[in-house]
Design a protein around this ligand. Structure first.
Ligand SMILES: Nc1ncnc2c1ncn2[C@@H]1O[C@H](COP(=O)(O)OP(=O)(O)OP(=O)(O)O)[C@@H](O)[C@H]1O
Ligand SMILES: [Mg+2]
Length: 1046
């Protein structure tokens, strides 16, 4: 089975997501999104809906190229468009990313192709080959180098063969120096086909290699088109070889224009070659190639020689061959008057003496060129063999890399294009055979009926070229060999005779009117699988003959140069057979190549060149369409799509699409086949849309797959929500459990703390209570440990009680009752407290208030508990006077008394006779009490003469001023009654200093009347105040009883 069956028409639907994968590398998860599909087209042309449309094909390429996506698949064929700029996609990380990953899991890349082949070699020991084709400058050589780099970087090494890696890599610069040249299409164009086997041991380590070269463009040694160069090695040597080397080789440094083979401007028939300034200018332009540094390359090449294992002598021998080719080119010939040809320069004679027999000038020139080409061509082959020796070929599994010219179609196509295009026909045939074969094998393996695939089998063209006796090559050989006047034109005629009527062969003569114009008279047209190409027969015979005169060969066989000696073997001279023609040699080598390739599983890479200007980002559609056609990409696609567009193992298919069916989601437990059947049934696939094999499902149309992808895309949202839901639920539950656990922990801890604290308190409380009780029992004992706590507590709590209940004012008599042990202390404290309050109070007392209080104290001393209406008077303030100076006391009286008047009050005077009540004013001055009747001062009583004052113990307002008989002028004592008796009597007692002369009578007051008589006032309690004169001549006063509780 081919690669195609190992990884059949695999698709890459989308951009992948990164994930960490096996072997520590970064892997990409297959992630198919429609958005990616829309954004950058399809990553696999098999999925192009309109797969027969070239325009759709090119549009897809264009869209991807604009996004720097230079790689696209056609199944397992990798199509690449030269970016003409360095892309960041070849790093070690990228290599890691592609290691061990399936084709369809990841975006198309050359590393995917390389890795795919490598895995097949390593795991299944199946030989692989990677066929890289494309136009000149399309990127074939770069691609093959990238693949080689991938293997040398990513594969494990065996320590005894580690040098092989380096040699594999270093073989490139050497072969490029000798086999590559600047052309108009590519500054580093490979002018030979190259097939390289890389060999791996069972562990996958590269252990050897082998190179086969095909059809070196030897003609370049003697002739280059305008704007092109010969092989790089000539310029590298001249530019950078050190002086002594160049001297030894007879070369002049940095003077390529001195070497005719490097400046092939025109064939000069004169004796003197004129190098004009113009030519020198052209030469200078030619030799400087901006993208090539000959100096730098020289360094790399000389280093590579060492790595590959050349010793110094071998290098020098090799360079001598190179130099001798240059010298050969500088041999000039002239024709003398006898038409004989002479070598014209002595210098060249010195180096190449006596080599050329006298021929005509054309023959001489062509013989010289043939020799130069032969020397160079054979040396190149020798070089390849030398490299092969160093690569230590061993029998083991291999991956072959074929970097070979793709289809070439120029304005004028010659023998070389014929060979190249024939080569491509052969490769296409191999492709068809292997692809179809692998498809068929896969169908058989899967038990699916083989359906005939419509495709163009190009075997007919291959036969047209290579068939024995009837093929173009056979006819060409025949023309070359036959005696007589064979020419290119006779060859063309022979072709017409033999092949006339062949469906793929046309000449001017054979063509009908329409085609005739397009085919020149010296041309024949082949209808290749990729398109029509006209070949001009001019030069076909010469190029095919590729003859070298026998005597030149003889000379070469005797060469002292070991390389030349090996290249020209004396056996050649003995062999009388004609050497194989170039075309036959090429045919045979191709047949050999086919034999090699047919035994291997091929992978294909088709390189496309986006523009002729080597410009990044330029997508020239015409040029690309041309290449798509001649690379046969549409044909490739058609063959691939002939069967099914997509196939995938049941497991992979189910894994990807199982969310689309409730029965398969989230997991299918039964047989995979049943799972896939259930799934496709649920998806409503029509029978013609798919087939179920033994292990794979085959889907015929991309549309079916895209619809499934679309459905998956929609479904993904639901799945995402479900996943989010589950995840959030899980996360929240976990969070809740964490919190709950934490809460329980905190609670239990806190409860423990609280419990321990409570237990401690209880214990302390029990101790306290116990101590308390014990203390209580012993409370009357002297202070001892048993009762000291109790006593202290009693003391403390009593003191605290006192503190809380301290008297607020001096009148507050409340005081907590002390426990017996503190009686004394309590009394002392109470006393202190009251003293403090009194002190405080006294400090705050105002003078008027002091005066008031002093009077009140006096009143208290005199009347407290003695007179009924005293309590009533206590809350009433004593005033300065009861009579306003201005209004109530007559002015005259005031004038009489002056400012001496201190207190005035309205009183009622009871006459001594008859007890008539008369309203009077009692005024107290500093020294006298004055009784006033309006403006008249009725009586002055000097305080000194006042004997005393009597009042009753009742609530009446009577008071009697006792006077000595002499002062009273016999009028007797003064009986007065006043509403403010306590106040008036107190003031009088203070002013007259008679405090101790106040007499409080119980029932009656006796008082003196005039002339020694005595009057009596009787006091009795009554409902209200009444004053009457009794029959016994007493004055009876009834006064109401007032509760003494105030
Ligand atoms: N992958 C790439 N990335 C960047 N540049 C590239 C890439 N491939 C090719 N190129 C550029 O294109 C140039 C030509 O490529 P290359 O020599 O591989 O072409 P080729 O197909 O081998 O042509 P020829 O048939 O003439 O040998 C390279 O020198 C390089 O500048
Ligand atoms: Mg190349």
């Amino acid at each position: 089975m081919g690669v195609a069956s190992a990884h059949p028409i695999q698709m890459v639907l989308t951009d992948p997501l990164l994930r960490v994968g096996v072997e520590g590398g970064v892997r990409l998860v297959m992630e198919s999104t429609l958005s990616a599909r829309d954004r950058v087209g399809v990553q696999d042309f098999l999925l192009l809906e309109n797969y027969t449309s070239e325009a759709a094909f090119i549009e897809n390429l264009r869209r991807r190229y604009k996004e720097n996506l230079i790689y696209t698949y056609i199944g397992s064929v990798l199509v690449s468009v030269n970016p003409y700029k360095e892309l960041e996609i070849y790093s070690k990380q990228h290599m890691e990313r592609y290691r061990g990953v399936n084709f369809y899991e990841i975006s198309p890349h050359i590393f995917a192709l390389a890795d795919n082949s490598y895995r097949a070699v390593r795991t299944e020991r199946r030989d692989q080959c990677i066929l890289i084709s494309g136009e000149s400058g399309a990127g074939k050589t770069e691609a093959s180098k990238k693949i080689l780099q991938y293997y040398t970087t990513m594969c494990p090494t065996r320590h005894n063969t580690h040098y092989i890696r380096e040699r594999l890599l270093q073989s490139n610069p050497v072969l490029e120096a000798f086999g590559n040249a600047k052309t108009l299409r590519n500054d580093n164009s490979s002018r030979f086909g190259k097939y390289m086997d890389v060999q791996f041991d069972y562990k996958g380590a590269p252990i050897g290699g082998h190179i086969i070269n095909y059809l070196l463009e030897k003609s370049r040694v003697v002739h280059q088109n305008h704007g092109e160069r010969s092989f790089h090695i000539f310029y590298q040597l001249l530019e950078s070889g050190d002086n002594s080397l160049l001297t030894r080789l007879g070369l002049q440094k940095t003077n390529p224009q001195h070497y005719h083979y490097l400046v092939k401007v025109c064939v000069c028939r004169t004796f003197v070659m004129i190098f004009t300034l113009h030519i020198i200018y052209i030469c200078n332009l030619l030799f400087s190639v901006s993208s090539i540094s000959d100096k730098h390359s020289w360094k790399i090449v000389t280093k590579a020689f060492t790595v590959i294992g050349f010793n110094e002598e071998e290098v020098e021998e090799l360079l001598k061959v190179v130099a001798s080719v240059l010298h050969l080119g500088n041999m000039q010939f002239g024709v003398d008057e006898f038409e004989e040809t002479h070598v014209t320069t002595d210098t060249q004679l010195k180096y190449l003496a006596e080599m050329i027999s006298p021929l005509n000038l054309d023959q001489v020139l062509s013989a010289r060129d043939a020799l130069a080409k032969a020397i160079y061509g054979r040396t190149f082959t020798w070089l390849v063999q030398k490299i092969n020796q160093s690569l230590a070929f061993q029998c083991s599994s291999v991956i072959g890399l074929l970097d070979i010219y793709g289809f070439e179609v120029f304005q004028q196509n010659s023998f070389e294009q014929f060979c190249i295009n024939y080569c491509n026909e052969k490769l296409q045939q191999l492709f068809i055979e292997l692809t179809l074969k692998s498809e068929q094998e896969e169908y058989e393996a899967e038990g699916i009926g083989w359906e005939t695939v419509e495709y163009f089998n190009n075997k007919i063209i291959c036969d047209l070229v290579e068939e024995k006796f009837r093929g173009i090559i056979a006819i060409l050989d025949e023309e070359c060999l036959r005696p007589g006047d064979a020419s290119d034109i006779t060859f063309l005629e022979k072709l017409e005779d033999t092949l006339g009527g062949h469906a793929h062969f046309v000449t001017h003569k054979l063509a009908n009117g329409k085609t005739r114009k397009a085919v020149g008279r010296e041309e024949f047209r082949l209808l290749h699988y990729a398109g029509e190409v006209n070949y001009n027969v001019t030069g076909f015979l010469d190029k095919n003959n590729d003859l070298l005169y026998r005597n030149l060969k003889e000379v070469m066989c005797q060469s002292g140069n070991q390389i030349v000696k090996q290249c020209f073997h004396p056996d050649e001279l003995i062999d009388q057979r004609r050497p194989e023609t170039a075309a036959t040699q090429f045919k045979l080598s191709l047949a050999g190549l086919m034999d090699i390739l047919i035994l291997k599983e091929p992978s294909y890479m088709r390189c496309i060149k986006p523009n002729n200007g080597k410009q990044p980002g330029q997508f020239e559609e015409v040029l690309i369409r041309h290449q798509v056609k001649y690379l046969g990409l549409m044909e490739n696609l058609r063959v691939r799509r002939a069967g099914f567009a997509y196939r995938r193992s049941f497991e992979a298919f189910l894994q990807r699409y199982k969310p689309l069916c409730p029965d398969t989601w989230p997991n299918w437990r039964g047989q995979l086949l049943d799972g896939v059947s259930t799934l496709v049934k649920h998806l409503n696939y029509k029978p013609e849309e798919y087939r179920l094999g033994r292990t794979k499902i085959f889907i015929r149309f991309p549309k079916t797959l895209f619809l499934t992808e679309d459905a998956l895309e929609i479904r993904k949202k639901t799945i995402a929500i479900t996943l989010q839901k589950c995840w959030r639920g899980y996360r929240e539950r976990a969070k809740y459990q964490r919190i709950r656990h934490a809460v329980i922990m905190i609670q239990s801890w806190w409860r423990g703390v609280k419990g321990r604290r409570r237990a401690r308190h209880r214990r302390q409380a029990a101790d306290t209570i116990r101590m308390f009780i014990k203390g209580f029992i012993l409370r009357n004992e002297p202070r001892c440990p048993g009762n000291e706590y109790f006593l202290d507590h009693v003391r403390f709590s009593y003191l605290m009680t006192i503190k809380r209940n301290l008297p607020k004012s001096v009148l507050d008599k409340a005081w907590p009752r002390p426990p017996p042990s503190l009686t004394e202390a309590s009394a002392y404290l109470h006393h202190l407290c009251i003293r403090n309050l009194v002190n405080d109070y006294c400090r705050k007392v105002q003078p008027e208030w002091r005066n008031q209080l002093e009077q009140k104290v006096v009143a208290s001393d005199m009347f407290k508990g003695q007179k009924d209406n005293y309590p009533q008077s206590v809350p009433r303030l004593f005033v300065g006077t009861r009579l306003g100076n201005n209004e109530e006391i007559n002015l005259k009286v005031l004038q009489t008394l002056g400012s001496d008047n201190k207190y005035g009050v309205a009183v009622t005077k009871y006459d001594r006779h008859g007890y008539r009540a008369r309203p009077r004013q009692l005024l107290l001055t500093a020294s006298t009490a004055v009784l006033v009747q309006e403006s008249k001062v009725k009586q002055r009583i000097d305080y000194t003469s006042l004997l005393g004052v009597s009042v009753s113990c009742h609530s009446d307002g009577f008071f009697v001023l006792h006077l000595p008989p002499a002062t009273s002028k016999q009028k007797g004592d003064l009986v007065l009654q006043c509403d403010h008796v306590i106040e008036t009597v107190t003031k009088l007692a203070i002013m007259a200093e008679k405090i101790h002369n106040i007499n409080i009578s119980q029932d009656s007051i006796k008082f003196a009347l005039a002339r020694g008589k005595e009057g009596v006032i009787d006091f009795t309690p009554g409902a209200e105040l009444r004053v009457i004169k009794t029959k016994n001549g007493h004055l009876a006063v009834m006064a109401p009883r007032i509760s003494s509780s105030v």
